[in-house]
Design a protein around this ligand. Sequence first.
Ligand code: SF4
Length: 184
Amino acid sequence: MNDWLDLEKQCAECKRCALWENRKNAVIGRGNKSADFMLIGEAPGEEEDRQGRAFVGKAGQLLSMALSAMGIEDDKYYICNVIKCRPQNNRTPYEEEIESCMPYLDKQIDMVKPKVIVLLGNTAAVSLIKKNIRITQQRGTWDVYKGIPVMMTYHPAALLRDESKKIDMWRDLKNAWKKLQQMS
Ligand code: SF4
């Protein structure tokens, strides 16, 4: 548990990139810190920055509802972002910001030790897989990070803009969960 407190303190005091200047809170993650199922998004939004909790805004609520409808309650997964401080106006994080923040995410993955990871959106997919990924083309496919199978899918914020993506995302989440059940 001390490792988690250390991580929270390090992020709260971090000035490795310029995003610290406008943060209200560094947002680490939420959920079960020993979960086999981990989801990783892009960066905190306004509500997350205000509350200091990951995925509590509209997009996060939509995702939680979808997971819950599949029987995946909050205590069955851990969810966080690549970037811990909110980029202003929710812009896409710059490459150097991702590079600066990745050690924190790597530490989280090492501590949670998930068996399956879901990457939510392009930034998460590109940051971990280091390939030229277009999520619209590669969602629903698998890759590997640190020896862990990773499924790529849409970020829930994309569903707020385009409801037609819901079916594909639900299918991807179900497939990722099914893979975990098959591994257990
Ligand atoms: S975004 Fe990450 S690297 Fe940048 S200041 Fe926040 S915690 Fe540090």
